[in-house]
Ligand binder design. Structure first.
Ligand SMILES: NC(=O)c1ccc[n+]([C@@H]2O[C@H](COP(=O)([O-])OP(=O)(O)OC[C@H]3O[C@@H](n4cnc5c(N)ncnc54)[C@H](OP(=O)(O)O)[C@@H]3O)[C@@H](O)[C@H]2O)c1
Length: 280
């Protein structure tokens, strides 16, 4: 299936590692013009070199998306090499896992700052850019003047959120609460921006093998008094597909949701979790 993503300008926050890096690789393979963003220049350089070794070229922007001004600056910088961003893959999050009995006010606040605000700041900055391109459709107050959608897609956003936003995990309550807020804001913004030709959707990955998952395994092992490998096996056994996900499996769904093949998909919260969160 041709997703018609060649030449599209794609910004991937959190693109230096894990799910973001897998998304960057997938879009670059489709011929998109990809900019990856994260805080550490070293991580960005390592990711850029790894992709270059596969014959894939990406540009980089270093920024901490927890800071709204930095997010605005990063989007402006990302637009310099290739022009306006057309797709945002939001994957820059790092909420720390904390057992429920260790939670305090600082841990709750840190969860929102590490997960909720980086996504919201990136999304706000990209939405301002999308709105400028939507042009005639947008009124002075920034709202759509007409309910007639433009004939083509102005932009698409895919927020990589997490099943922890729908199903509580005892070691991930601040991050999970941030996820729940992101799912709600995805739905609300999707409805408000669809009239501009802007589609916003989310993916809820289940346990997916990235650097982050090691932190999760260590905590689960401690909580249950088992080894890391036993925790890994228990997680796989609790998944209907009997295995963890791989980062490229999340990226494949992000490609589709961002593409105009998904032209009527708005505000979908797509579980990509091997069946971990099956529910009506
Ligand atoms: N892996 C899973 O099983 C899973 C499941 C559900 C949801 N998720 C969610 O998916 C997202 C990505 O997870 P992952 O497993 O790919 O994590 P990861 O391997 O730790 O990668 C996180 C990426 O985000 C960047 N980052 C973190 N905070 C940032 C900030 N404030 N500003 C800019 N960049 C930032 C990191 O780079 P720097 O350190 O260089 O900034 C890194 O590139 C997270 O939000 C996570 O909660 C993951």
């Amino acid at each position: 299936m041709d997703l018609a993503l060649a030449g599209k300008v794609v910004l991937v926050t959190g693109g230096s590692k894990g799910l973001g890096l897998a998304a960057a690789r997938a879009f670059a393979r489709e011929g998109s013009r990809v900019v990856i963003a994260s805080r550490s220049r070293e991580n960005l350089a390592a990711a850029q070199a790894a992709l270059a070794a596969e014959g894939l070229e990406v540009a980089t922007v270093a920024a901490d998306f927890a800071d709204a001004a930095e997010a605005t600056r990063a989007v402006a910088e990302a637009e310099r090499p290739f022009g306006p961003v057309e797709v945002l893959i939001n994957s820059a999050g790092a909420a720390k896992r904390t057992p429920a009995e260790d939670l305090d006010a600082a841990a709750w606040k840190a969860g929102l700052e590490a997960k909720f605000f980086p996504y919201i700041h990136a999304q706000d900055a990209v939405l301002r850019s999308f709105r400028r391109r939507a042009g005639a459709g947008a009124g002075a107050d920034g709202r759509a003047e007409t309910r007639l959608p433009p004939p083509r897609q102005i932009g698409a956003i895919v927020n990589i959120v997490g099943t922890g936003g729908r199903i509580p995990s005892g070691t991930h309550l601040p991050g999970g609460s941030a996820n729940a807020a992101l799912l709600l804001s995805t739905l609300g913004l999707a409805r408000e921006y669809a009239p501009y030709g802007i589609r916003i959707n989310a993916i809820n990955p289940g346990f997916t093998l990235t650097d982050r998952i090691e932190q999760n395994l260590a905590l689960e092992a401690r909580r249950l008094g088992i080894s890391r490998d036993e925790a890994l096996a228990a997680g796989a056994a609790a998944t209907p597909l009997r295995r963890y996900g791989e980062a490229h499996e999340i990226a494949e769904v992000a490609l589709f949701l961002a593409s105009e093949r998904a032209s009527y998909v708005v505000g979908a919260l797509v579980a990509v979790d091997g069946g971990q969160s099956l529910a009506l």
